[in-house]
Design a binder for this molecule. Structure first.
Ligand SMILES: Cc1ncc(C[n+]2csc(CCOP(=O)(O)OP(=O)(O)O)c2C)c(N)n1
Length: 315
C-alpha cells in the first residue's frame, strides 16, 4: 500500500494518549467514533476542535460529561468552517501581540453538515486561505435525526426520505463529488481516507496539520444503524468500500493526485452492498438498472481518478 505514511510508520508509533475519551454515547460499532479517536491521535498540541451538530457532537457532550480532552467548541451546521477560520485568525493576532500561542484548528462536520448545510462557509474558509484542517466524516446520511438522505447518500440507498418501495427504489440522485469541489479551490491539500486504513488516515491528519494553509480530509465512516449491518462489521464494510472501488483512497497535494491505496484487483461491488440493509432492494430483479447505474458511476469515478493522477487536477 502506498500512503502518506511519514509520521507514524507502524501502529507502535501511534501515541497512546487519547484526546478523544471513551465513555461517549455513540453506538457500538460507530464508524464516526473510530474516526474521531484516530484523528485525535495525530494532533499536535495546542489544538482546538470546532464541531458541527451531528451524531459526534451530541453524543460526546451530554451534560455533565464531555469526551474531548482538548479545547472543543460546538457550533451550528452552517457556520462550522466560519467559526474555525475566526478562531485561527484570533490566535494569529494574539501571537503577534505576544498574548497567546498559535493553536492548530480542526473543524469537524458530518456529511449533512459539510456536503449540504455548511458548504458555503467551507467554501469561504478555503477561499480565504486560513490555516485550518476541516475533517468531514461521511456516514452518507443525516444520521442523528433519523437517517435522512444527504448530498453524500449514494444512488439507490434507502433512507427515511428516500425509502425503497413502490414509488422509488431508494435515492434517485448521485453522490456529490465533494473532494472535487474542495480541490477546485486549489488548496494545498485535500485527501480521502477510511477508518479501515488507520495509519493512512492518521498520517494524513498530521500531514494536513503541518501544512500552512487550508486542508481537507474526507473520511468514510460506516454507520451500523443507518446502513443496517451488525455493529461488529464496521471495519470490514469500510475496507470493502475501498477494495470494491466504491470509495477510493487518494490525496490531492498542490493539484497533484496520488492514489494511496492502489486497488489492482477490485472486488465485485456486490460484496460491499449485500451486507447492508439500505441496499437490499437493489438485488430485486426490477432494480437491476439501479445496481448497474451505481456500478457504472463507480467505474467512471475510478477511471477519472487514474487519468487525474496522470494530468493533475489543475490541468
Ligand atoms: C440548522 C439546523 N438544521 C437542522 C438541525 C437538526 N439536526 C441535528 S443533527 C442533524 C443531522 C446531522 O447530519 P450529519 O451532518 O450528516 O451528521 P450525523 O448526524 O450523520 O453524524 C440535524 C439535521 C440542526 N441542529 N440545525
Amino acid at each position: 500500500m502506498e500512503s502518506a505514511q511519514k509520521y507514524f510508520k507502524t501502529i507502535r508509533d501511534i501515541p497512546t494518549k487519547d484526546y478523544f475519551a471513551p465513555g461517549h454515547r455513540l453506538c457500538a460499532g460507530c464508524g464516526p467514533s473510530l474516526a474521531m479517536k484516530l484523528a485525535m491521535k495525530a494532533v499536535r498540541m495546542p489544538t482546538v476542535v470546532v464541531n458541527a451538530t451531528g451524531c459526534v457532537e451530541v453524543s460526546t457532550s451530554m451534560f455533565p460529561y464531555v469526551s474531548w480532552r482538548l479545547p472543543w467548541v460546538h457550533v451550528a451546521f452552517e457556520n462550522t468552517a466560519a467559526v474555525a477560520s475566526g478562531i485561527t485568525e484570533a490566535f494569529r493576532i494574539l501571537e503577534k501581540k505576544n498574548r497567546g500561542k498559535i493553536h492548530d484548528v480542526i473543524a469537524i462536520g458530518g456529511d449533512g453538515g459539510t456536503f449540504d448545510i455548511g458548504l458555503q462557509a467551507l467554501s469561504g474558509a478555503l477561499e480565504r486561505n486560513h490555516k485550518m484542517l476541516y475533517i468531514c466524516y461521511d456516514n452518507e446520511a443525516y444520521m442523528n435525526t433519523g437517517i435522512q438522505r444527504s448530498g453524500a447518500t449514494p444512488t439507490g440507498a434507502a433512507t427515511t426520505t428516500s425509502p425503497a418501495g413502490r414509488v422509488i427504489p431508494g435515492k434517485q440522485e448521485r453522490k456529490k463529488d465533494l473532494i472535487g469541489i474542495v480541490a477546485a479551490h486549489r488548496i494545498p491539500y485535500a485527501a480521502t481516507a477510511s477508518i479501515s486504513h488507520p495509519l493512512d488516515f492518521i498520517n494524513k491528519v498530521r500531514k494536513a496539520l503541518e501544512i500552512d494553509g487550508p486542508t481537507f480530509i474526507h473520511v468514510l465512516t460506516p454507520c451500523t444503524l443507518g446502513w443496517r449491518y451488525p455493529p461488529s462489521q464496521t471495519i470490514k464494510i469500510a475496507r470493502l468500500a475501498v477494495e470494491t472501488l466504491y470509495f477510493p483512497i487518494f490525496e490531492v497535494e498542490n493539484g497533484k493526485v496520488k492514489i494511496n491505496v492502489r486497488v489492482t484487483k477490485p472486488r465485485p461491488l456486490e460484496e460491499f452492498l449485500q451486507p447492508q440493509g439500505r441496499f437490499r432492494h437493489l438485488f430485486e430483479p426490477e432494480n437491476k438498472n439501479i445496481l448497474e447505474n451505481l456500478k457504472q458511476q463507480i467505474q467512471e469515478n475510478w477511471n477519472r481518478l487514474l487519468k487525474l493522477e496522470e494530468i493533475g487536477v489543475y490541468a
